[in-house]
Design a protein around this ligand. Sequence first.
Ligand SMILES: Cc1cc2nc3c(=O)[nH]c(=O)nc-3n(C[C@H](O)[C@H](O)[C@H](O)COP(=O)(O)OP(=O)(O)OC[C@H]3O[C@@H](n4cnc5c(N)ncnc54)[C@H](O)[C@@H]3O)c2cc1C
Length: 407
Amino acid sequence: MTIFNWGRNFELGHVSHYPEEWAQVQQLVSNQTCRVIGGAHSFWYPDCSIPTNISLAELPIHMEVDSLTMKIRVEGNPTLGTLAIWADQQGLALPYLPSSLNFSLAGALQTWTHGSGIQAASLGAQVTDIEMITPTGPLSSSGNGISPDVLLGTVGTIGVVKSVELQLEKQFLVKQTMYREIDFNDVIARPELFRNLGYSVSVFLDVRNGRTKGVLVKDKETGHLSTSAHDSSQADGISREGFFPGGSSASNHSTFSDGLQLSHLSLPHFVHGCLPEPGSELQVETFFSVPSARIFLQALCSIDSRFLEIISTVEIRYSGGDNILLGGSQGDSVVCIHLALRPRYQDLPEFLSLLTSMTIANQGRPHLGKLFGYSDISDWLRFFPRFSEYLELKKELDPKERLPRLG
Ligand SMILES: Cc1cc2nc3c(=O)[nH]c(=O)nc-3n(C[C@H](O)[C@H](O)[C@H](O)COP(=O)(O)OP(=O)(O)OC[C@H]3O[C@@H](n4cnc5c(N)ncnc54)[C@H](O)[C@@H]3O)c2cc1C
């Protein structure tokens, strides 16, 4: 079967293998050059020339929850939607979700998929155990005495995820509010100021016309996270009222009463402000420290108008730090700057190269799984402090390079 990316404008190749047992997966990755495909929503794959694609769609999915510890063990590769609905039925939830639930769990974990919120980093930060089929044999973080961080964020280059254990939390409700009248220059000058205003915050910008499309704030209806977020905003000397005068006058204010189903499933994140235009499916994402984010945004606003035309929406998200091998926020909170692009393909290479130099100049880090123009291995060593560790691991687990290669 031929597979395409999410926008159906780029052919990823043909899936030639649909194993039905894990032993077949082991056989494949040990003996031939191959690549595993999840939901095919990534904007970028390492080493796209690999001809043999494996889908895990025919493998059974098994989910089991320990209600005492609120941990779930998932074997197989369900979509995040399947997992979220199943968890909801058990009275549990993933703390944060990305903007689409069509991704496969393993694809999301291997690409540092994330929502927005400084209380959490990526979905991978919830992983407490992971089991992989590598070209040299099976490997598990608990069985082999290694931290799960080491096996995450490696974009399918060291092994195939077979099962994971994730920490969930009690099911909760989300109140979403969209604030619209926010001064563009204020956002550019202090993009970090919004990060404490809710459990999850996203700022949507139209950089071409110098206006803020809106600030989406999500609060947990009950529970401690929302309260502590308010407290920390006070600690910064700011309050939501200060930002959004007349707070309750915000347009498009909705409170949902049906928990996960309404807030996370029926109203995925970017419905409110960042719904891609038809064809606007390309995304570049980069992660910056607070001071660098400001400088990068200022530089972005003053690029040539020919390139500004390419940018459909800039979304600012926030993330806490983690230690995932090739993750976006190693150890530090980061400001995530996401660019949804219009498909002006003729200008894209030049645009990506400009963004690359702007990102490097500001110590930014790319999001693997998204579009970018980095190829020099010395850049990778700079972006990811643990990249040398990754190279060692690749050599050990995949000495014959059966799986794709980075850099
Ligand atoms: C509409 C849209 C919205 C998006 N929103 C967000 C967002 O809110 N936040 C965000 O962070 N990202 C977002 N993304 C990007 C998305 O997170 C990534 O593309 C994610 O990887 C998609 O998962 P997938 O299952 O489609 O992965 P795929 O594209 O199938 O695979 C991604 C990578 O993981 C590897 N892989 C897949 N399965 C396995 C496995 N079992 N074992 C080992 N490696 C594996 C693949 O080889 C590949 O390198 C969005 C993308 C789209 C199209």
